[in-house]
Write a protein of this length. Structure first.
Length: 569
């Protein structure tokens, strides 16, 4: 008797092939058989009228801290994710010497918008080396599988101390030491090495990430260590301020060790077609035998704005900042006072970059339930205010006070230059890209893009009204088999006998995202944004249901994944 049989479902197997009706039988954590009329299992799930898909693979998250104190890797696991890759963008907490912990905490507080008190209270610090960190993760059960990368910033701080934090050039001895540590992490089970070259990553005090100006020789030395092992990929985020020069360097760093590199791809308003040039270079590199990939998101990258979260359209105005430290209820009571509103609306934000980010009214939208991540320009605060004959700031202020001051507005930042997701369509269909950048576990007070993997199914295959859509089997392949193959986990991502039994049973017609909400469930009562979904009837990890109808079953079969995994023979 099989452990579990999912009966009468429509299988969309992750290969991109046509859907078919079948039962799926599971035994010992693996898919045992697929067909009609399979013998009864010890447990059964009736999937009549539902689709059965592989569990989703998320190659870009930041649960490096959360995974040390929580067995539930939410919100990702609420959105059908059964494997996630942490340690992206060069940031993490290992290796780390005891006297360097504060440096990494302050860096992560700024880069990932996780309050210092949360990290100080939550991190158990029961590790020193990267292998120690993996041992700590291995001791925990999870609701999904966790794979890791060695973060460059932690290596720099570990080897160079304050010199690394100050972005001083690494000596050859420094680079050699970092390379040894990176190799140690890969040998212990990390799937790759990550680094950041963007000015957007900085501490709360504005200090830039230690890896920003790392020289080619440093990165080449580390890359060569991976090449010597014949294992691990390289993950990079860069501003591409000098795109041709930067890409040429990244290509050389990739070519020398012969390891694959994944690069964050975004459309910036100032250079709306630059991403096409970069992905074109990536395609050319692949054609010449240099393995490179672009990582793209399924929607605009943006932030959420509200009085209960990290930023809002009035953040930075003096009279608002005087109230920012109050408890939420007291702050909302003060903001409701007519005199307070009048003062705040009369003020400006001195930081013009911040002002453009949070107060560009033609690019700020209400976020309804279900949320619309491709809003029309006619739905913007500016357009709404014009129709009502009101000032945009006045309208936004009143909207944010609704729902006890918990209303959330949406501000797309990149991938939305022309007011739609046509560019994202082109990114998703580019042959040199994979789906990622959900950033689960990071930026917890200003975004919740780990739900973007659900957006791939709801918006892109069913709900979109302003442009082309995708066939459901193709979309599922992009978030399952394609991602699994890219990061080297070839034992999952497809519904096929012998493969790992990570699966979703989905009521496709009912699948939808809820509006993000604020909860205070981090250590020290820390705040974060979460986003749940309806329609995931069952999420199964290693053959065991971990969620039924969005509710946890109590089972935690997820584990640390050590190293690349071969496909079943």
């Amino acid at each position: 008797m099989h452990d579990l049989v999912i009966r009468h479902g429509t299988v969309i197997d992750g290969t991109g092939g046509a859907a078919f009706e079948a039962d799926v039988a599971i035994a010992n954590g693996k898919i045992a058989a697929i067909g009609k009329g399979l013998p009864r299992g010890a447990k059964e799930i009736d999937a009549r009228g539902k689709i059965i898909t592989p569990g989703f693979i998320d190659p870009h998250s930041h649960y490096d801290a959360q995974a040390t104190w929580s067995s539930r890797i939410t919100p990702s696991s609420w959105n059908g994710v059964t494997t996630t890759l942490i340690g992206n963008c060069g940031v993490g907490f290992a290796p780390c010497k005891p006297d360097q912990r504060d440096m990494l905490v302050k860096l992560m507080e700024g880069v990932e918008d996780i309050p210092e008190v949360v990290l100080t209270e939550g991190l158990p610090w029961n590790w020193h080396s990267f292998p120690d960190y993996l041992n700590a993760l291995e001791a925990r059960p999870f609701d999904l599988d966790v794979a890791t990368q060695v973060p460059h910033a932690a290596l720099r701080v570990y080897v160079m101390g304050k010199r690394g934090l100050a972005r001083e050039p690494a000596t050859q001895a420094d680079s050699d030491a970092m390379a040894r540590l990176a190799a140690e992490g890969i040998q212990a089970g990390a799937l790759g090495f990550s680094t950041s070259r963007t000015i957007n990553h900085k501490t709360k005090r504005g200090e830039l990430i230690p890896t920003l100006q790392a020289e080619e020789a440093e990165l080449t030395t580390i890359g060569k260590a991976l090449g010597d092992l014949g294992a691990g990929w390289l993950q990079v985020i860069s501003d591409f301020d000098d795109p041709a020069r930067e890409f040429a360097m990244l290509r050389r760093i990739t070519a020398a060790p012969g390891r694959k590199m994944a690069i964050t791809i975004l459309q910036r308003d100032a250079k709306p077609e630059e991403w096409r040039q970069i992905t074109g270079w990536i395609a050319e590199a692949n054609a010449s035998g240099v393995g490179m990939l672009g990582q793209v998101l399924t929607r605009a990258t943006g932030i959420l704005l509200g009085f209960e979260i990290s930023q809002n359209p009035f953040y930075g105005r003096p009279s608002y900042m005087a109230l920012a430290g109050l408890p939420h209820a007291d702050r909302i009571a003060a903001l409701r006072q007519p005199g307070t509103k009048k003062r705040i609306l009369s003020e400006t934000i001195d930081d013009k970059t911040l002002e453009r980010r949070v107060s560009r009214w033609d690019r700020i939208f209400p976020l309804n339930d279900p949320p619309n991540y491709e809003p029309s320009p006619n739905d913007s605060i500016a357009a709404m205010a014009a129709r009502q004959g009101r000032d945009s700031a006045d309208l936004a202020y009143d909207l944010l006070l609704e729902n006890d001051g918990k209303t959330i507005l949406y501000r797309p930042l990149s991938n939305y230059t022309r007011g739609n997701l046509n560019t994202v369509h082109d990114m998703l269909t580019h042959p040199a890209t994979i789906v990622g950048l959900g950033d689960g576990g990071a930026h917890v007070g200003m975004l919740c893009d780990s739900s973007a993997i659900t957006t791939m199914l709801t918006h892109w295959t069913r709900d979109r009204t302003v442009g082309e859509k995708f066939a459901l089997p193709w979309a599922i392949r992009r978030v399952t088999l394609d991602s699994a193959a890219a990061i080297g986990l070839n034992d999952r991502g497809v519904v096929k006998a012998g493969y790992k039994a990570d699966l979703n049973v989905i009521d496709y017609d009912r699948l939808s995202l809820h509006t993000p909400q604020v909860v205070y469930d981090l250590p020290a009562g820390g705040r974060r944004l979460i986003q749940k979904a309806a329609g995931y009837e069952a999420t199964i990890v290693s053959g065991v249901p971990v969620y039924r109808e969005g509710e946890a079953t109590g089972a935690l079969p997820g584990r640390l994944v050590r190293g690349a995994q071969s496909a079943p023979v």
